[in-house]
Write a protein that binds this ligand. Structure first.
Ligand SMILES: Cc1cc2nc3c(=O)[nH]c(=O)nc-3n(C[C@H](O)[C@H](O)[C@H](O)COP(=O)(O)O)c2cc1C
Length: 187
């Protein structure tokens, strides 16, 4: 079973990357193969609705292929002005429902403010449903992100850390239960 994470931040030292990594690490501990796409390291161009998609640079095709081939996804975004980042939305604009149909998706958010990234994760739930994916119902977010992580990359709030880890485990078990015929194997 392959699970791909998308960290929708363009920051080098990204708290979103840390949040997505917690979920991915839990999925890995549950037996999945995992890979993280941190958008700051992926020089994706701006989607321009061109007639011939084959003319997009190779990195776009690599991105779409990785998402297509994944059995499940973890998508995280910082809250920017009450919603997801432009960088994340731009990356999703390269995807179509056929790339995401029936995939289970774990959604997380991070926010600078004390309210968490509720609007951001709800927006991602909506976008994923529009693309015929299956967002998991629990979509936790990190408030006060700049001071929320230990130097080791775990959350200082142990209950929130447990929720993020639980999400990774759930993702693996939901993918297995949604694919009873093919029985997606974990390592
Ligand atoms: C353009 C911009 C808009 C932001 N808007 C919000 C916001 O609406 N609410 C909030 O709580 N934090 C907001 N923040 C703070 C970010 O959510 C916070 O710094 C987050 O940790 C950034 O994630 P990153 O470390 O992965 O880049 C904003 C930050 C930027 C740069």
């Amino acid at each position: 079973m392959k699970i791909v994470g998308i960290s929708g931040s363009m920051s080098k030292n990204s708290t979103t990357r840390q949040a997505v990594s917690i979920v991915l690490n839990a999925a890995k501990a549950a037996g999945a193969d995992v890979e993280l796409i941190h958008l700051a390291e992926w020089q994706l161009p701006i989607y321009d609705d061109r007639d011939d998609r084959s003319t997009y640079p190779e990195i776009v095709h690599r991105f779409v292929q990785k998402i297509s081939e994944a059995d499940g996804l973890v998508i995280g975004s910082p809250e920017y002005h009450g919603t997801i980042t432009g960088a994340l939305k731009n990356s999703i604009d390269f995807l179509e429902a056929r790339h995401l149909k029936d995939k289970q998706v774990a959604i997380v958010g991070v926010a600078g403010g004390s309210m968490g990234a509720t609007n951001t994760v709800n927006t991602l739930q909506l976008i994923m449903r529009n693309l015929h994916a299956w967002p998991l119902p629990s979509s936790p977010s990190v408030p006060g992100a700049s001071n929320a992580f230990t130097p080791e990359g775990t959350l200082k709030d142990e209950r929130l850390q447990a929720r993020f880890e639980q999400l990774g485990k759930q993702l693996v078990s939901f993918i297995q239960s949604m694919n009873p015929k093919t029985e997606k194997q974990v390592r």
